[in-house]
Design a binder for this molecule. Structure first.
Ligand code: PEP
Length: 258
């Protein structure tokens, strides 16, 4: 990470875990134990139904609440879907877009992801845009080409001004929920390549100030080495974010002086 140029962001992705009651207990524990020094931003991306409880409990704290998905249209006949304005109205600040589980299990296309990015930005939300290769793409040596394609597709039509509010999460699919973390060098290499793509698309200033997280089995044991990489500006954390104490350990690591 490089705090001189960009924010370090530690974000939890709870996926389909925790009830509103469990959210309340977690938020209380987190609030009581987060470090005073504000060297990293903290975000909890919770299931839709947990948002009101999380927002209420974290209102006077420096922990922001995020969602894990949204629909690209403002309103309409989309049973079971949630719009960007609905999230913004609840005081949600971030939204995960293009997570590999949504791409693979719910058929999200690059076009849908691009439309979701625009919808989020239009409602004042900060997208956490996920990109990442699968095992086969890594083994074939096409990781950087694939991620470049994903970035270009997801960010098509996003203005430089709006890009300042986009967070990128590099999440190799083979590392998500597998306990098989990317090595710090692998994570650093791809995050640096992502920054180069952003440089070409948006210029040096915006590329230098964009937060690029790593996600994929990050935990309290490997967080320090990953975050020591110059271009890894935080983490998107699934499994290890479900336990408040484990998540706090990662926050403490990201918050260290120096
Ligand atoms: C994720 O799903 O965004 C994720 C990084 O999960 P895990 O930390 O469990 O690999």
């Amino acid at each position: 990470m490089n705090r001189k140029y960009r924010k370090t962001i530690i974000a939890a992705n709870w996926k389909m875990h925790k009830t509103p009651t469990e959210t309340k207990a977690f938020a209380e524990r987190l609030k009581s134990a987060i470090p005073r020094a504000k060297r990293c931003s903290i975000v909890l991306c919770v299931p839709f139904v947990d948002i009101p409880a999380a927002v209420k409990l974290l209102k006077d704290s420096r922990i922001a609440v995020g969602a894990q998905n949204l629909h690209w249209d403002a309103s309409g006949p989309y049973t079971g879907e949630i719009s960007a304005d609905m999230l913004a109205d609840l005081d949600v600040k971030y939204v995960i877009i293009g997570h590999s589980e949504r791409r693979a299990l719910f058929g999200e296309s690059d076009l849908m992801i691009n439309q979701k990015v625009h919808a989020a930005l239009g409602a004042g939300l900060r997208p956490i845009l996920c990109v990442g290769e699968d095992r086969q793409q890594r083994d074939l040596g096409v990781t950087l080409e694939f991620i470049t394609y994903q970035l270009k597709a997801a960010l098509a039509g996003v203005s430089p001004e709006d890009m300042r509010r986009v967070v990128i999460a590099y999440e190799p699919i083979w590392a998500i929920g597998t306990g098989q973390t990317a090595t710090p060098d692998q994570a650093g290499e791809v995050c640096s390549a992502i920054r180069s793509v952003l440089r070409k698309l948006y210029g040096a200033r915006i590329a230098r100030s964009t937060t690029i997280q790593y996600g994929g089995s990050m935990n309290e044991a490997n967080a320090e080495a990953l975050l020591n990489q110059e271009d890894v500006d935080g983490g998107l954390i699934g499994t290890a974010s479900l336990d408040a104490d484990q998540f706090l350990q990662i926050i403490y690591t990201a918050n260290q002086d120096g």
